[in-house]
Design a protein around this ligand. Structure first.
Ligand code: NAP
Length: 365
């Protein structure tokens, strides 16, 4: 992407707001127009995520003049807004989206194709269960995989300029076709979500003395079911737009579970464990992960020696125990964010107050 493009962001929430902040910070965007509800626009202007904002009624004007348009609403809204966006943009514009499933979106884009406009689907593999522009983070995409799903006939230079633009946020682009993206996402994201949701539901209905199962729940159960706390609204759209791939994955998983169950009392079970250990060891440790303890806050930090010790020392003085910690990737000399997990909401509140008094930017849940 040439330096200083005009960018339009439709739906200035966590992902849209983070894109605005990151693209302005990198210099890829010289001017960012947000399209959202008026209340959101006010907050997005105040945070610096956008330079100008219009409401959805004026979407056509908002996107007209943009070099790149990012559709960042929930998937069902992306599907609704794509046709008018494709109609309204100027010739040469690159239209993309950030939806977590790709096939349905790419199909609508293809049905509304214009020879002088380039649509390239996108999915940043970064985010959180936080919502809204208040949670926007300029470092969200650093070291994250950012999947692009161009149609085979899309202009290569349009794909390259979009890749440059999202790459300027610190993300690593990965080009895939939409079907492959959705099939793999079903296996590594959508099936785990449904497993966590149904496992917690099953334990909730377990025939055991009331409260016993949760009292006994230790690390393994907590680790595996963290995502069961995810909000339904985003998942409704994901499940509806990737149902076929998810169903295929569920039946493959059922077969796999049946096979391993058949070996419960056999020595061969050891090979299932060693195979899984080998595969898991291959997960790249340098890309972003997801963590969502029940009581958490997120801190924006600068990259300097002693910053974590300072935070730990401050909380230790107040006898606040850090139960979990995740350092989002920090790029040398720039900063990033860390997430701290606590045992109670009281601890979160007290920690947030102390850290803010120390001048740190805190995003409490
Ligand atoms: P978000 O924080 O809730 O932001 C979405 C924005 O879309 C809202 O701020 C809202 O702004 C606007 N919007 C328009 N119509 C809406 C509707 N019917 N319901 C709710 N919001 C509506 O969500 P997000 O996490 O940024 O997710 C946006 C997109 O990114 C989704 O398509 C999701 O699949 C994708 N994604 C999310 C993650 C993640 O972990 N969060 C990761 C990768 C991709 P107004 O209120 O101003 O309209």
């Amino acid at each position: 992407m040439s330096e200083g493009a005009t960018i339009a962001i439709v739906g200035v929430g966590l992902i849209g707001g983070s894109l605005g902040l990151a693209l302005k910070r990198s210099g890829s965007a010289s001017h960012v127009v947000g399209v959202s509800r008026p209340e959101t626009i006010d907050r997005a202007l105040a945070s610096g995520a956008i330079d100008e904002g219009v409401s959805y009624d004026a979407l056509g004007e908002g996107v007209d003049g943009a070099d790149i348009v990012f559709l960042c609403t929930p998937i069902s809204r992306i599907l609704e807004l794509l046709p008018v966006t494709m109609e309204s943009v100027q010739a040469g514009c690159v239209v993309t989206d950030v939806g977590s499933t790709k096939h349905a979106i790419c199909e609508v884009a293809s049905a509304h194709r214009r020879p002088d406009v380039h649509f390239v689907g996108g999915h940043p593999m970064a985010g959180s269960e936080w919502r809204g522009v208040e949670a926007a983070d300029p470092f969200l995409f650093q070291n994250a995989i950012y999947v692009l799903t161009p149609d085979v006939d899309v202009d290569e230079s349009a794909v390259a300029s979009l890749a440059d633009c999202v790459g300027s946020t610190g993300a690593r682009t990965l080009i895939l076709d939409a079907e492959t993206h959705d099939r793999v996402a079903a296996a590594i994201s959508h099936l785990p979500q449904l497993m966590a949701t149904s496992l917690v539901g099953m334990v909730g209905r377990l025939d055991a003395p009331e409260g016993l199962a949760l009292k006994m729940a230790a690390g393994g159960f907590r680790d595996m079911t963290r995502i069961a706390s995810s909000p339904y609204d985003m998942w409704r759209d994901i499940c509806r737009t990737n149902a076929a791939a998810i169903r295929t994955c569920v039946s493959q998983f059922r077969e796999s579970l049946d096979a391993i169950t058949a070996r419960l009392e056999a020595d061969e079970l050891a090979s299932d464990f060693s195979y899984a250990q080998d595969i898991r060891a291959g997960i790249p440790s340098d890309s972003k992960g997801f963590m969502s303890p029940l009581h958490e806050l997120r801190l924006m930090i600068e990259d300097r020696p002693g910053v974590i010790a300072e935070i730990g020392g401050l909380l230790a003085e107040a006898e606040i125990n850090i139960k979990d910690i995740e350092v989002m990737k920090v790029r040398e000399g720039e900063g990033g964010s860390i997430r701290l997990g606590f045992g109670s909401s009281d601890d979160v509140e007290l920690a947030a107050r102390l850290l803010e008094e120390r001048g740190l930017t805190v995003l409490a849940r």
